[in-house]
Design a protein around this ligand. Structure first.
Ligand code: AMP
Ligand code: MG
Length: 423
């Protein structure tokens, strides 16, 4: 495909087939239209957990701040040691973490030193305590040492002026700790992404109402709310909207005016899609796809005003799978994360028989466990219907079966993607 600049261009490319859209191609196409938000705010470092850093954090100090010892032992002058045998040095004092040796270390002297303690000014080498015999205020040290051994240099982790954490990095406990370690108390992060979402369907009732004949409780709004919350978004829950063109149009307009991203579930399958399609093309530019995947075939993506729009399928498992496989990465990009690496996958032996027809990518729900010898194995959760939300509860991974793959016999190596931490 040549570089499309609008969704319309993209949809006119020769190889563009909305009725059989490969997963990778849909992902790549969506990725072209994602412009990260730029608004920022200052927050205390502890509140920045899960937020995306909007500017490099530069270290105002050397880490470590001083030359210090990597071992418990004795700080010495290398020149005082002998390459041929034992020397005995007078112990002039001690340097503990937080309580450095402040005196002068004369020639022929040593200082008792603990891990992390500041190196005495006159010492250049640390002899670990296992290689020293201390007795009566003296220490005897043998041969075989190197100049500067067991010494950690000031600034060797991070020098003054060096970038401690880069812009675009989502802050995990490790980054929060690193930022704290250089004494920085506030950081600039991107504001949270605002995501409005609603469910469509005449059959849906919310918790608290009694479902009538043929009605069901709306669960998608709850899974979507949960996934968005995990991804640190500001959520705007717009409830259930009935399959009424005027109501749906009003909901889209309100959502797009108030959010960076609009997510809906239901109403994008064949038949239902038609009036939604016309309406969305009036409000913006939206593409409707049948993705060559299972579950999660119908998917819509586009822009409504300035908001990005994801129209997810109605079936509860399809909602979650399309969210994991398309929406997650897109939201991270929009939220300013850079880079957004693909979720890792790896191969393990599958102990189940898997039913699979070639022609589309399947995301079966799997359970990764260790067998008696400690090797990881995967099995399928059972029935794979796109309405069986229990399969997502039992699963801890997706078993990703590529397009051309047919049935899978037990013992075959399959690709898995761990769910934990992905959303
Ligand atoms: P649709 O794509 O609107 O035709 O919906 C496909 C299937 O998903 C139907 O069986 C719907 O009842 C079901 N469904 C749609 N929306 C929801 C929802 N919010 N919660 C639970 N099930 C839903
Ligand atoms: Mg529906």
């Amino acid at each position: 495909m040549t570089e499309p600049t609008t969704l319309h261009d993209a949809s006119c490319a020769d190889d563009y087939d909305p009725n059989s859209m490969p997963v990778d191609k849909a992902r790549a196409l969506i990725a072209r239209f994602l412009t990260p938000l730029t608004a920022t705010e200052r927050v205390p470092v502890r509140s920045a957990l899960g937020r995306v850093l909007a500017e490099d954090v530069i270290s105002p100090i050397n880490v470590p701040a001083h030359d210090n010892s990597a071992m418990d032992g004795f700080a010495v002058r290398f020149a005082d040691l002998s390459p041929d045998g034992d020397v005995t040095l007078a112990v002039a004092g001690s340097s503990f973490a937080g309580k450095p040796f402040t005196g002068k270390m004369q020639t022929g002297a040593a200082v008792r030193i603990m891990t992390g303690a500041v190196m005495p000014r006159d010492a250049d080498t640390i002899v670990m305590q296992e290689h020293a015999q201390a007795k009566d205020g003296k220490v005897t040290i043998g041969k075989g040492h190197r100049l500067n051994q067991n010494l950690r240099r000031a600034g060797e982790d991070l020098a003054i002026g060096q970038i401690a954490v880069k812009r675009g990095v989502p802050l995990r406990p490790a980054e929060i700790g690193l930022i704290a370690s250089i004494g920085v108390g506030e950081v600039t992060v991107y504001r949270k992404l605002r995501v409005a979402f609603f469910s469509t369907g005449d059959e849906l009732v919310s918790i608290g109402s009694i479902p009538g004949e043929g009605q069901i409780f709306d669960s998608n709004r709850y899974t979507i709310h949960g996934m968005l919350t995990r991804l640190n978004c500001d959520v705007i829950d717009m409830g259930v909207v009935r399959d009424d063109p005027a109501l749906i149009e009003a909901a889209f307009a309100t959502a797009a005016a108030n959010a960076d991203v609009v997510i809906t579930s239901g109403g994008v399958s064949v038949g239902e899609a038609d009036f939604v399609k016309d309406m969305l093309n009036k409000l913006g530019e939206v593409l409707f796809w049948k993705i060559a995947m299972k579950p999660g075939r119908p998917l819509a993506y586009g822009k409504i005003g300035n908001a990005h729009f994801f129209g997810l399928p109605g079936n509860p498992v399809s909602v979650m799978v399309t969210f994991y496989q398309f929406v997650r990465d897109a939201l991270l990009v929009l939220a300013g994360q850079n880079p957004v690496p693909p979720l890792p996958t790896f191969k393990v032996a599958c102990t189940s028989t898997l039913k699979k027809a070639p022609g589309r990518t399947e995301f079966q729900r799997g359970i990764l466990t260790q067998d008696g010898s400690g090797a990881w194995r995967v099995r399928v959760t059972g029935e794979q219907g796109s309405g069986i939300l229990r399969s997502m509860c039992e699963a801890n991974c997706f078993i990703i079966l590529p397009t051309d793959q047919g049935n899978v016999a037990p013992g075959t190596m399959v690709e898995v993607q761990v769910m934990e931490g992905a959303v």
